[in-house]
Design a protein around this ligand. Sequence first.
Ligand code: BGP
Length: 478
Amino acid sequence: MNENNLFPASFLWGGSIAAHQCEGAYNQDDKGLSQMDLMTAGSYESRREITTEIQPAKIYPSHTGIDHYHRYNEDIDLFHQMGFKALRISIDWSRIFPNGDDEKPNQKGLEHYHKVIDALIKAGIVPIITLFHFELPLGILKKYGTWNNREVVDLFVRYADLLIKEYKGKVKYWVTFNEFNRLEEGGGYQDVTAYMLTGKKVSDFENPKQDLAQVSWHFALATALVKKHAKQIDPNNKVGAVFGVTPVYPLSSKPEDVLLAYQKTSEALYLLDLMSKGKIPAYKQVEFEKAGIQIQKQDGDDRLIQDNPIDFVGVNYYSSEVASSDPQQGDVSVFGNLPNPCLKQSDWGWAIDPVGLRYALNLVYEKTGLPVIVTENGLGAVDVRDENGDVRDDYRIDYLAAHLSEIKKAILIDGVDCFGYLMWGPIDLVSATTGEMKKRYGFIYVDKQDDGSGDYSRHPKKSFAWFKQVIQTQGETL
Ligand code: BGP
């Protein structure tokens, strides 16, 4: 441990948000529809519905979000008050190219993000831009299908190039895709994940295994192309990708359980191997061969990916899972069916495991040797305002303090090059998996309820002052 036990002075403290979960204004300033605009509100008990068109009787949380589109100045000011050094936002593709393939970009969309980025820079907050956080223009889906069609890669790269040129000198950190590595995972949320990433449910694909593997390949290819172009546009640019990292533990010390847990952890990260080392790992190639999966490639694709590895790895970490080789125990799935007897769970059934974050950071750093940034981590909880309107979210403070303390160990004891912590979502926003407002993450309470009531006013919670102090003291007390 270093002498003063502090996080590095250059550490990027901040938060992450995504356009479809916070902006609202779904049909303003010539925005086109994205697939998320057709996803209704759901809950822990009932899944979000996907409709083919907007049905007036249903609630679509992306349509109003938390009205960040109009209130970004107020929100950025609150982040600034906390001392944020960075904010990861996503740009909504359907604001820039309303149909995805329009001849000219929508100037109003470009202008909006200029204003947001300028406000961040003015507040001393480094903008980190995600190019695709589940916002896929519906026009693309209708005309081209989805990411297994290579033309969609070309459209994405055209959109990315435009943004990287447009915001040159203002934005240095670019993330191509958010949690795209979860696409091929099984489990109860697979359709939700597939829809968020591709606009289609798994069963909508003709040949799901083949098509999803092709989509994944195209995510890697698109990232390599964006990296190549970004460096040509400005050598200072850094291009990364954000992975959902969920360590899988063996339920027992039985070697079969240990092996299975290792395999489950690794296979969810095969794209990380590809995008950092330029090669699909051997076990995955064997799996593809056995399943008759043949990735369609063009000449030079392999080379392109090898020559253009990502510059940094974003890690979204919420939970660990458990695997057992005993079929009686069931199988592991996203955020697990199998409870870990050593861990408590959140109200939404996600195991709370701070040590797992240290494990995840070590795993990713050892695999790639690349700088790592925690791009998401947080606790979704039911927050209740007291008679004064305050939220005393000590449970959130405990959760974040425990996770930050493990990051500190990863940096100061394990030597992991972790350059930032972006808490999800620093202001309450719509939950991606359930579409609820009730599942709140923020340091800032937003008065919007699932039934549509509320005036959208913002109120710092107890954790707001706590995080401010953590940043001020460079995490000394953690
Ligand atoms: C991640 C997504 C985010 C965010 C987060 C929390 O996978 O990148 O968009 O939503 O999960 O999930 P939820 O909102 O469902 O609680």
